[in-house]
Structures are given as C-alpha cells and as structure tokens.
Write a protein that binds this ligand. Structure first.
Ligand SMILES: [Mn+2]
Length: 424
C-alpha cells in the first residue's frame, strides 16, 4: 500500500530538523518539570478509531461530489484505513457501520490483519430504509408507534452485535434519527417509553464483556425534537438500561457555544462517559475536520479527560466521526487523528498541581493561565517523534502525496456517479 522506502525517503529530509526541535522542546519542558519522553510515550500509546464511512467522500443535503478512487466496499475501505494508520500510527482500529459494511466476517478479519487494524465499536443503522426491509423508518425505528417496525429495529441491532462478536468488537453504538418535525406530532413521554422498551431488548442481547453506547443529538434528521435530545436524556437512558450502558459524546451534536467539556466532566462523575465522536463545527452538526474550527475546545475536552485518568469506571472509546466533502478523506482523517493526539499531548502538559492550587485560592487568572500555557506549547515535535519511532511518517501528508496512493487506487476503482445527496 505505502512502501516503507517512500516513508523513509520522506523522513530523511526532515530527520535532523526534528531531532533538533525535539531536543529544544525537551529542554523547555524540563524547565517546567516535564519529561518529554514520558509525554511522547503516552502519545505513542494513544489511538483513535477511524469510521469506515469516513474514507468515502461525504456530502450535504444539496449534493455530493465524489472524489477519485473512492472505496467500492468494505475491503477498499479497510485498505484506506490501513494507509491512515500506516502513516500516522494513530488509528489502530476501524468502526464499522451495518449494513453498509456487511461481508463475510472471516474475510474481514483476514483483511484487517493484513492492513494492521482491529475492529472498534459496531454501528447500527435504523435511520434509513434498506431495499429489502419490510417496515419503513420514515416515522421512526426503535421508538416507532408500530410494534413490528420497533421489532425490526431491535432485531437489526441484535444482528450488529452478532456480527461484531465474530469480528472481536466489544461495543455497539446505537444511533437513531427518531424524533418529530412538528409540535404535537409525537407524545414526548410515550415516544421515549417506546424507545426505552426497544433499547432494553437490545441491551438484553449484549454479551457480558460488551458495552452499549447511545449518542445524543439535538436536531437532525428530525428538526423539532429528537428522541435522544441531549446529554440529560442520554444519561437517563444509560441509567435505565444498566451497568453496560454508557453515553457517547459527539462534539457536533450540541447547540453552538454549549460547554461540552463540562458535559464530559459530568458524565465522568456519573461514571457513564462511554466515548467520543470527534469532529468540529461552526454552526451546527457540520461534521468538519476535528480541530479545524476550535482547537482550544478540543484541548479543553482533553483537559477533562487527562484530569479524569484513573477515575472509577473511566474508560472512554475515541473515534473520529466527520464528513469530508471537499478534501481527500484519507488526508482529512490523518490530520484529524493528529489533531486529537495534539490536544491530548497539550492536555498532558497542564501543570495540574499549579492549576489545583490556583483553583483553591480562587486565582482565576493563574488558573486559566495554567491551561493556556499548555495549549500554547507547540507539541508537534512530540507527535512527530512518536511517529518516527513507530516507523511511520514524520509528516504523513507529505509522505502520502509522495506515495501516489490515490492515483493508484483511482485506476482500479471506477468513478462513482455524482449528483446524489450525501450522507451527513
Ligand atoms: Mn456521531
């Protein structure tokens, strides 16, 4: 896929610069009482999952503009995901979406092993109709007024667990589009009861060592109300279902300016933080590349995560979930994975003792300064050194473009027709 010689040649041009930058940063961090190698080792051990659907070009309600060499199916997607991990060393697993990624599990395991990947959480889909399905999800799925439609949605989720067990996955993420478009269209209480009844049936089918994640979203595809509207509803669901149920936080699923890092802290406190879907947004659920709009917010989320390390029940899963409409998805996912790593590395630099002291002394300025000092630190040499030591690329984007991978796969993957509306 990507020849090691290409990576080595790309690394050779910047190797001595990186060593000088790493040593210089090491000296500066040493003055702050921070050992750079410890931070680097933690960053090297960190991984964020890639969504299988992320390697295809996304779209909006207006249109979708296909890119060259788009993956034709799950095996092409695994190739692309393998390239991302090969160059960054930051994305060791893939999150599958059923039914989009249905194939023989044995073949999928063989392919994943070949490209150096494992399988992250399984994602069910009851927000669109498949050609062969008996009941439509136009008016909902797990919370539908019709029992047979509800049952169909439950059965689909159980099938996702069954497939996931064969692949070595340990979690199911349920996402529903259920809600309403008009005031009065649904009875909020009865719709939520139906949702809980259905989800409890899915939960009952969960293996002992699995976790179930539910994801809140304030609007879309339903525009007046959604059945899992906010983190409060999400927490109610996790509590109602049981010990294996946790809340997933998708950064784009909140109103603008919502204090997401505080939601994270509350879910940690409740021991119900299941994990993340990382992306960025300016106006709504824009699904923009992680860290592209507000890297400081991403840092503030990671500040809470580093603060919570070692807390009881704290074991969140991390995944990217974004839509690439105008970029090569492989490039976007590589740079997004590195943005997540960057936020983590910066959060590791926070002087926690100094911060706690300033907080206890009600010294607001010094408290925020503790955060800003860490955020302002250019940790790129740490990230790059972690990659180099894994045999990955110091600059994954440069190495990727030098490899000619996209042009190569474009020759064997036929162009996808344009014009369709995209998945957002
Ligand atoms: Mn999501």
């Amino acid at each position: 896929m990507i020849d090691q010689d290409i990576i080595n040649a790309s690394n050779a041009t910047v190797m001595s610069d990186l060593r000088a930058d790493y040593d210089s940063l090491g000296e500066r961090l040493d003055r702050r009482g921070i050992a750079i190698d410890t931070v680097k080792d933690k960053v090297a051990a960190y991984g964020v999952a890639v969504p299988s659907w992320g390697v295809g070009t996304g779209g909006t309600r207006f249109a979708r503009f296909p890119g060259a060499g788009e993956p034709r199916g799950i095996f092409d997607k695994l190739d692309d995901c393998g390239v991302i991990h090969r160059l960054t060393g930051a994305t060791p697993s893939v999150s599958l979406h059923i039914p989009w990624d249905k194939a023989d599990p044995a073949d999928m395991i063989a392919k994943a092993e070949k490209v150096g990947l494992t399988f992250d959480a399984m994602n069910s889909n009851t927000f669109q109709d498949q050609t062969d399905q008996a009941h439509s999800y136009k008016f909902g799925s797990l919370s539908h007024t019709d029992a047979a439609t509800q049952q169909q949605a439950v059965d689909h989720n159980l099938e996702c667990i069954e497939i996931g067990e064969k692949l070595g996955s340990k979690a199911l993420t349920i996402w529903v589009g259920d809600g309403s478009n008009f005031p009065g269209q649904v009875n909020f209480a009865r719709q939520f009861d139906r949702y809980l009844d259905s989800t409890a049936q899915v939960y009952a089918g969960l293996p002992d060592d699995w976790r179930l994640f539910t994801e809140h979203k304030m609007y879309e595809p339903a525009f007046y109300s959604t059945v899992v509207q906010d983190w409060g509803t999400n927490l109610m669901i996790a509590h109602a279902l049981g010990d294996k149920a946790f809340c997933l936080v998708d950064l784009g699923h909140h109103a603008p300016n919502v204090n997401i890092e505080m939601i994270v802290a509350r879910l940690v406190h409740a021991q119900k933080l299941g994990g993340f879907h990382f992306n960025d947004s300016k106006y709504g659920d824009d699904d923009l590349d992680t860290g592209s709009i507000d890297p400081y917010r991403l840092f503030r989320v990671f500040n809470e995560l580093v603060d919570a390390e070692g807390a009881p029940g704290f074991n969140p899963m991390h995944m990217l979930d974004q839509s690439h409409n105008v970029t090569d998805p492989i490039e976007s996912l590589m740079s997004s994975a590195m943005e997540v790593q960057r936020a983590y590395a910066q959060a590791l630099l926070v002087d926690r003792k100094g911060l706690a002291g300033a907080q206890d002394a009600n010294d607001a300025l010094m408290a925020q300064s503790a955060l800003k000092t860490a955020f302002r630190t250019d940790v790129e040499p740490i990230l790059a050194m972690a990659r180099l030591e894994k045999g990955c690329a110091i600059d994954p984007l440069v190495a990727y473009r030098a490899s000619g991978y996209r042009a190569r796969v474009a020759k064997v993957r036929p162009a996808v027709a344009a014009g369709s509306s995209g998945i957002v």
